[in-house]
Design a binder for this molecule. Structure first.
Ligand SMILES: [Zn+2]
Ligand SMILES: [Zn+2]
Length: 326
């Protein structure tokens, strides 16, 4: 098999030939057909996240087929599966026992603490892989596996909001904007100031309004979701939400949040973060996506161009999501 490997953070990924791994009990060997590139991959590669397994194969938006299965796996060979960020949980910590496996004390994360999908093959815990139907397009489905799932969990955390702000209009926001419109919400999209192309893209995805993150939206927001990893957006979003409004931080990492006057938080505004996903989030979202139907905008890259895909994501040059094709 071939894999793009990170030996140390802040170094370029290196293409490696490796022997094909054998799945252990409860595991599957997946032949990767497509793997999305997520901002979290960028945080792994940039060393923003502590203690990655090293060397590590990044990538946690895997669409592929079961090529081999270990003992006790119900999935049939050839079945289409999606492998997400949540790679394994312990099943017995207080979080696992209270339907919050996303907060498990001893988890494994695909592409961070176990090898992921920037490769021709990946081994996954079968219990955390989602069966995918045959009707989804391989490339189009890849961004659903994290941008979609984490976006969905973030949208649930935003609550009943009718007018919702999405800060950072990348892979997750372009999916969640479609879900919001389908649910009858109004969408206000915020991009980097002056990013006219990004604002046009947001409007084309159904946003009612699009502007710079330094702009005041034309109506107060009921809630906001921050997909951009920029701490200064927290007070900006708090200032844009109405009394009782909620600001949801969807990313795994964010630059420091600057201090701000208490009055922007007062009147029962709140700030919450979303961490990881549960398998229930995934089941819900993957059932809902074809009903919307969610259409993803993707840019394909060959596997050996993973560094270029990450660089394009970092530079904000992408419309929608980058997807690697082995
Ligand atoms: Zn646990
Ligand atoms: Zn992700």
């Amino acid at each position: 098999m071939r894999a793009m490997v990170m030996n140390r953070p802040r170094e370029r990924l290196v293409l490696e030939e490796r022997p094909e791994p054998a799945p252990g009990p409860g595991e599957i060997l997946v032949r990767v057909e497509a793997c999305g590139v997520c901002r979290t991959d960028l945080h792994v590669v940039d060393g923003d996240l502590p203690d990655p397994k090293l060397p590590i194969v990044p990538g946690h938006e895997i669409v592929g087929r079961v090529e081999a299965a270990g003992a006790g796996v119900a999935l049939v060979l050839g079945a289409r599966v999606g492998v997400p960020w949540l790679g394994h949980t312990c099943g017995h910590c207080p979080y696992c026992r209270s339907a919050r496996e996303n907060l498990c004390d001893a988890p494994l994360f695909t592409g961070y603490t176990r090898d992921g999908g920037f490769a021709t093959h990946a081994v996954a815990d079968a219990a955390y892989a989602f069966p995918l139907g045959e009707d989804l397009d391989t490339v189009a489905a890849a961004p659903l596996l994290c941008a979609g799932l984490i976006g969905w969990r973030s949208l649930k955390a935003a609550g009943e909001a009718e007018a919702i702000g999405l800060y950072g209009f990348g892979a997750a926001a372009h999916i969640i904007a479609q879900v919001c419109r389908w649910q009858g919400r109004r969408v206000f999209a915020f991009t980097k100031p002056g990013d006219a192309a990004g604002q046009n893209f947001a409007r084309s995805m159904g946003a009612d309004w699009a502007g710079g993150s330094d702009e005041t939206p034309p109506a107060p927001l009921d809630a906001a979701i921050l997909f951009a990893p920029v701490g200064a957006l927290v007070p900006a979003a708090l200032a844009a939400v109405r009394k009782g409004g909620r600001v949801v931080c969807a990313g795994i990492h964010m630059s420091d949040i600057p201090s701000f006057p208490y009055r922007v938080l007062w009147e029962e505004r709140s700030v919450v973060s979303v961490a990881n996903l549960t398998r229930a989030d995934g089941d819900e979202f993957l059932a809902l996506a074809p009903r919307v139907p969610v259409r993803t905008t993707t840019r394909p890259y060959p596997l050996d161009q993973a560094n270029e895909a990450l660089e394009d994501l970092r530079a904000g040059r992408l419309e929608g999501a980058a997807v690697l094709l082995p």
